[in-house]
Design a protein around this ligand. Structure first.
Ligand code: SF4
Length: 97
């Protein structure tokens, strides 16, 4: 969930092993991993979570997303099936990209 919207769902193994949404990928990359050298630790991404009083239009993650496209700031992405009952609310999986 990001800024009040469900952005990805599926069984836990699928979501954690094959995250499809850029926000889920950021969360997983930011988690401490004792097997990963400190030099490879990610910094948790850039930017701040949005205001829930006046959230960004379209995809609420677009101001922080490294993959943002024009449509991302204009239209709310629907849930796209990414396989095996796993979905991502992200235009990367739409035909409009
Ligand atoms: S819809 Fe666009 S801004 Fe939102 S996560 Fe997907 S690529 Fe990034």
């Amino acid at each position: 969930m990001y800024a009040g919207r469900v952005v990805e769902g599926g069984d836990s193994e699928s979501v954690t092993q094959r995250p499809a949404h850029p926000y889920t990928q950021l969360l997983i990359d930011s988690a401490p991993d004792p097997d990963r050298p400190a030099a490879e630790e990610k910094d948790g991404g850039t930017g701040e979570p949005p205001s829930l009083i006046d959230p960004p239009p379209g995809c609420r993650f677009h101001p922080r997303c490294p993959h943002a496209m024009a449509i991302c700031s204009q239209e709310v992405p629907p849930r796209f099936d990414v396989g095996d009952g796993h979905f991502a609310a992200c235009w990367l999986y739409g035909e409009q990209r």
